[in-house]
Design a protein around this ligand. Sequence first.
Ligand code: ADP
Ligand code: MG
Ligand code: MG
Length: 898
Amino acid sequence: KTRVYKFGNKTADGNSKMKNLLGGKGANLAEMSLIGIPVPPGFTITTEVCTEYNLLGQEAVVNMILPEVEQSVANIETIMDAKFGDAENPLLVSVRSGARVSMPGMMDTVLNLGLNDEVVLGLAKRTNNERFAWDSYRRFIQMYGDVVLGMKPESKDDIDPFEEIMEALKHKRNIQLDTEFTIQDLKDLVYDFKEAVKKRTGHDFPTNPWDQLWGAVIAVFNSWNSDRAIYYRKMHGYPSDWGTAVNVQAMVYGNMGDNSGTGVCFTRDAGTGEDVFNGEYLINAQGEDVVAGTRTPQQITKLGSLRWAELAKVEEEDRAKNYPSLEELMPSIYKELNDYQQKLEDHYKDMQDMEFTIQDGKLWMLQTRNGKRTGAAMVKIAMDMLKQGLIDEKQALLRIEPNKLDELLHPVFDPKALKRAHVIAQGLPASPGAATGQIVFFADEADKYKYTILTRIETSPEDLEGMNVARGILTARGGMTSHAAVVARGMGKCCVSGAGALKINYKTRTLTVDGKEYHEGDWISLNGSTGNIIEGKVATSEPELSGEFAELMKLSDKYATMQVRTNADTPKDAKIARTFGAQGIGLTRTEHMFFEVDRIKAMREMILADTVKGRKHALEQLLPMQREDFEGIFEAMQGLPVTVRLLDPPLHEFVPHQLIQQKELAEDMHISLEAVKSKISELEEFNPMLGHRGCRLGNTYPEITEMQARAIIEAALNLKAKGIVAKPEIMVPLIGTIQEFEMQEGIIRSTAEKVFEEYGDTIEYLVGTMIEIPRAALTADLIAEKAEFFSFGTNDLTQMTFGYSRDDAGKFLPIYIEKGILKVDPFEVLDQEGVGQLVKMGTEKGRSTKPNLKVGICGEHGGEPSSVEFCYNTGMNYVSCSPYRVPIARIASAQAAI
Ligand code: ADP
Ligand code: MG
Ligand code: MG
C-alpha cells in the first residue's frame, strides 16, 4: 500500500480524482503537476495514514512511513537542487493540511520549515539576501510556535505572545510596519521568540529539521480531532474516519524583494459570475499576507485595478504609481498567470480559485480548487460555460445547488451595508430574504408604519393578515416548521424564528436582548438566509431574475419528468408560482380563506352554532366567498390542475381567545358572553393535532363538506361559462380508514351531481385523499379502490410516524441535532429511512390496486432537493411546494432525472 504520493516536475503519483485519499489540495497539486503547470515539488501523506495514526499512535505510524517520506524528501532535493537541513544549500518546506473537503478548524500552514541558527546563515549567503533569510526565520518560529507548540494567547482578551514581542519592539524603535524592521531587529526577534517558547513550554525550540517536520506532520493529524473540527464535522455529517492528508512542499519565496510577491486569483467573478479573470497580489510578501489586510493588496488585471480605484476613490496618477496591477507591473508574469488560469479552467471545466507565488521573477502555482460563489454567480457561470461549450446541458444543470437559487428569489441586503451591520441576536433562518422595518408586536398593528417587522413570541393563524402586511416576521419561539416559518416561506416573506435570546414583553411593548431594550417603532433588520437579527436599517436591493435564470429554468424542463406544482391559497400566490413555472396547484388550504375580517365572523358563527340549521345558515354566508376565491385561483391557473383540500384544522383555532373579542362576538351573534365562553371551552382539546380536525370535521359536520364541494364545483362551472377551463381535484385530509374517505366522497359526489343538475352542465373533477396518517399508508391498497389520487402530507406523516408534535418539537429537536441523535430536522428533510418507507409502501400499495394512480407530495419537503430526488425515485407524478421554492424543485427534479 502506498502511503506517500509524490508530485512535481510535471509528474505525479496521484491525480485530481483521488481527493478522498489525497485531500482536495493534494489531489489538485498532483493534477497541476501532471498537466505541466509549475508547482513546487512535494509529497502528500494520505488521509488513511491519519486514520492509522488515530488507531496506532505516533511511533508506529512514523516508523511505517519513514522510508517513503525520506525517499520523497530526497526527490524534492533532487528537483530543487538543495538539501533539507543543509547549512550550505538549504531546502525549506511548507507543511499544509488538506481534508477531502475544505474544513475550518484544521491546522494552519507552517511555512519555511527546516530553518535553525546555522541554516539561516546558509540561506542568507546562498540567496545573498540576509534580510529575507532572517524574515523567513522569524516567520517560521512564529508559525511553528503557534500551530505546533501551542503558543496561543493565554486568554480570550490576551494578544498573541509573538505579536506582543513584535509590538514592544516596534514601540521601542518607534516604527509602524513589519517591513521597517532592520536585519538586527529580525535577529533580536528570533532570539526573543525562542526565549518565549522556552519559557512557556519548558523546552528549547526544536533545531533539528527532521524533528520539526515530524512535529508539524503530527500536529496536522492532531488537528483532525480538534474541538472545532469535530464540531464542524458533526454539523455537516462528515464521518470522523475521513481523516486529513498532509502536504509537504518545497518553499518558494515571495518575500525575496521587489521582484517577488504572492497572490490569490479567480478565473471568473465569484460574486456576479462575470467571465473576467480577477484577483489580488502583494509585492515582497509571503503566504497569507494578502488576506491578512495589513497592507492594501493590488489588483491583478488592469481592468480590475481601474474598477478598484474608482470605488476606493484613488486618483489615476496615484493608482498607476502606488497600486499598479500585476498586468502593468510584471507583464510577462501576468501573461503566464493568465495562460495558467485559462488552462486550469479549461481543464477542470469550472471556475477556479488559485494561489500563486512569484520568486525572483519566476511564477509558481500553489493551489487550485473550484471556487465558492454566490447563487447569482452559480447560475451565470453554469449557463455561460454551457454556451462556451465547456460543459453540456446535463452538466450545466448538475452544477446548480438548488437551495442556492433561494438567494435569487428574495430581496437581498446590500453586501456592503451588511459588513457594517450590528448583529444583536441569532435565530433560525426560517424563510430567506432581507427585511428592514419598524418593530410592531401585534398582527393587527402590522400596518402601523410603512415597513414593519412583526415581532412575536410565536404566531398563530389569527396573525395571518398581519404577517402578510409586515415586511418580515421575527419570533422568539418555534422551529423551521413552526406556523410563522411555514406561512412565511409560503408568502416568500423573510422570517427569523426561534430566536431564544429575545425577551418579548407584550405589555410594555418592548423587546429585550442582552440587556438592551428596543421599543415599538424602533428599526431592526432580519436576514432570513442566516437568521441574523440586526439593529437599525440595512439597505436592500430587489433580486434580478436575469436572462440566464430563465434559460436555466427552460433547460430544466427539457430533462425533468416529474412535475412541480405549488402550494397556493390565493390567486396572488398562484400567479407568482406560475411565473416561476409551477405546473399546477398541489395544495390549496381552504382554511386560510377564512381568516379575513368579515369571513372569520361567519366562520365563528358556524362554529358556535348548536344546530345543523344554525350551521347551515352561517355556511350559506361563506359559500359565495369561497366560490369567489376558487374562481380567482382557477382562473390564475388557466386550465392547470388545482388540488383543493377540504377544511383541515381544529375548529378552536378560529374562535377568539381574548375577552374583548369574545364580547364582540357575543354581541354580533346576540348571545351571552357565557354562551360564547362555554362553547370555546367545549372546543378545547388536550391534543388538537390528534383531535377533532381533518376529515373528522366533515364526517361529523357533513354540511361543511357540502358547502365546500359546492363552492368548488360552482366556481369551475362559472368559469366554464366564461370559456376558462378549470380542473379541480378535491382532496380529503387526514383519513386513516377507507370508510372515512368513502363518507366524504359520497357527500362530494352527491353535491356535485346536484350542482350539475342546477347548472344543466358538468365539469370533470377528481376526488382523492391525503396520505398523512400511518394507517392510511398501511392500507393504501384499499384506499386506492376509491381515491382517484394520493397526495402525501409529509408534515403530518412525519409528526405521526416519529410521534413528534410539530408545535412542541422546537424544545428538543435542536438538542437532538446537537447531540447527534438526529442528523437533520425531519420536518425539513424527509426521513427516507423511516417516513420514506411509508411513502414508498403507500405508493406501491396504491398502484397495486390502481396502476395509474396519480401520486404527489404536498408537505414542506416538496421543495427540499434531497427529498425531491426521493420522490422521483418513488415514482411520484409531482411534488408540490411553496411558490418561491418552485424553481428549486424544478432543478432538483431535472437533476434527479439525469
Ligand atoms: P489554506 O488552506 O489555509 O489556504 P495553504 O496550505 O493553502 O492554507 O497555505 C497558506 C498560504 O501559504 C497560502 O497563501 C499558500 O500559497 C502559502 N504557501 C503554502 N505552501 C507554500 C510554499 N511551499 N511556498 C510558498 N508559499 C506557500
Ligand atoms: Mg490555500
Ligand atoms: Mg395535514
